[in-house]
Design a binder for this molecule. Structure first.
Ligand SMILES: Nc1ncnc2c1ncn2[C@@H]1O[C@H](COP(=O)(O)OP(=O)(O)OP(=O)(O)O)[C@@H](O)[C@H]1O
Length: 233
């Protein structure tokens, strides 16, 4: 299983948000690090086939990500995911499942299974407006994996998670990363150092590092800060 990104570029007027990024991903968990504005969201949206590149290509299993066929293999949690506050967790997941074309009986079974997996069973009949930030994030992850995606893309999924929720999240991601490609973005080093098998780093639209955590080890934080030092971050 391979996600092949080849010279991927996105230009907005006179701003190059993603600059000739080339990388091939195979199953595992990838942590995409970068300061605000580095181009993480733009890159992820192109990988998901929802933003058209200015140049370059993205293919998954040889299929262009702009194709309908690819959508069945993708799970995506956007940064600013719109939850419906008056929906219950179960209603929301069912709604997402039906949108993804899962039939009602199968959807009900899958939603229950997922609520359990993300530790939200017991909360499924409660309205989302009373959920904590971490609970909403877990519901977001549940909707992203409804269709058992082979490629899971999570934009800043660790925002708002407390330490206990972080552990739960890490275990869930590690499990999903065994057989699938999981790409998650963050600007916080400690969020990915224990989760990701590989670290990718972006700066001003370019991929400036691609390697294992072991290759930099405990110095990841220092290394990361060095890359952004001149920007005063
Ligand atoms: N629709 C747009 N029009 C113009 N410029 C844009 C647009 N979307 C993003 N940009 C610019 O492209 C650059 C990369 O933005 P992007 O959101 O991909 O970064 P990011 O690394 O995800 O940042 P953050 O961590 O803040 O989400 C930024 O300079 C941003 O201002």
């Amino acid at each position: 299983m391979e996600l092949v990104i080849d010279r991927l570029t996105k230009q907005y007027k006179n701003k190059i948000a993603v600059d000739r990024v080339s990388i091939t991903l195979s199953p595992g968990v990838y942590g995409l690090l970068g300061a605000n504005g580095a181009g993480k969201t733009t890159l992820m949206r192109m990988i998901c086939g929802i933003l058209k590149p200015t140049g370059g290509t993205v293919t998954f299993q040889g299929i262009p990500v702009s194709s309908e066929e690819f959508k069945d293999m993708l799970g995506y949690l956007p940064q600013d995911f719109g939850y419906y506050p008056d929906f219950t967790g179960m209603d929301f997941l069912m709604y997402m499942a039906l949108l993804k074309g899962i039939n009602k009986t199968a959807a009900r079974k899958r939603c229950k299974e997922l609520l359990d997996l993300v530790g939200l069973s017991g909360m499924e009949k409660k309205k989302i407006k009373i959920y904590s930030g971490g609970m909403k994030q877990r519901l977001g992850i549940a909707q992203a994996i409804l269709n058992r995606p082979k490629l899971l893309v999570l934009d800043e999924p660790t925002a708002g998670l407390d330490p206990k929720e972080r552990v739960r999240f890490r275990n869930l991601i590690a499990e999903l990363g065994k057989e699938n490609i999981v790409l998650l973005s963050t600007h916080i080093v400690s969020d990915v150092e224990k989760i990701a098998d590989r670290i990718l780093m972006m700066k001003e639209g370019q991929l400036i590092f691609n390697g294992t955590f072991d290759a930099i080890g405990e110095k990841l934080e220092d290394f990361y800060l060095e890359q952004f030092e001149e920007d005063g971050i």
